[in-house]
Design a protein around this ligand. Structure first.
Ligand SMILES: [Fe+2]
Ligand SMILES: [Fe+2]
Length: 148
């Protein structure tokens, strides 16, 4: 049986790789490729956020009887990352590499801190609290499609 932590942790890695591709393309001045790559990344992240916000977080909040715990902070951080991704898209549309890398530095730090908190704290809690429902939750999360 796959644990929630392993399932979502490997999705973090998949998203990280897509963003690294975008950075490489911007660095090489391959703007069309960078745009396609950023779109693929944003879709993957939006799908990941939806798996958390629509499936994992509500189930966890119901199980612990509170929406005021770590999921509240994670939802707020998702909003910050969504704003940053809009700025990244903007910079890319203008083909402004300096602006892009200015935002991507901040963005990378934000993502790394967020993912670390989920992987070391929240996902571990969900593995424990939702241990009987892992298979069901993973299949529900797999059913989430990209919406952007
Ligand atoms: Fe998250
Ligand atoms: Fe996550």
């Amino acid at each position: 049986m796959t644990a929630i932590s392993r399932f979502l942790g490997s999705d973090h890695k998949r998203c990280d790789d897509l963003f690294a591709n975008t950075e490489t393309s911007v660095n090489d001045g391959q703007w069309d490729q960078a745009a396609a790559s950023l779109n693929a990344f944003v879709d993957a992240v939006e799908r990941h956020f939806n798996m958390e916000e629509k499936v994992l977080f509500p189930t966890f909040e119901k199980a612990i009887g509170s929406t005021e715990g770590p999921t509240r902070v994670m939802r707020m951080e998702h909003e910050q990352m969504r704003s940053m991704m809009a700025l990244l898209k903007d910079a890319l549309m203008k083909r402004d590499a300096d602006e892009f890398f200015g935002h991507s530095d901040t963005f990378n730090t934000m993502v790394q801190q967020h993912n670390m908190k989920e992987e070391t704290i929240l996902y571990q809690m969900t593995d424990r609290v939702l241990s009987g429902q892992q298979e069901q939750l993973i299949s529900e999360m797999n059913g989430i499609v990209a919406t952007s």
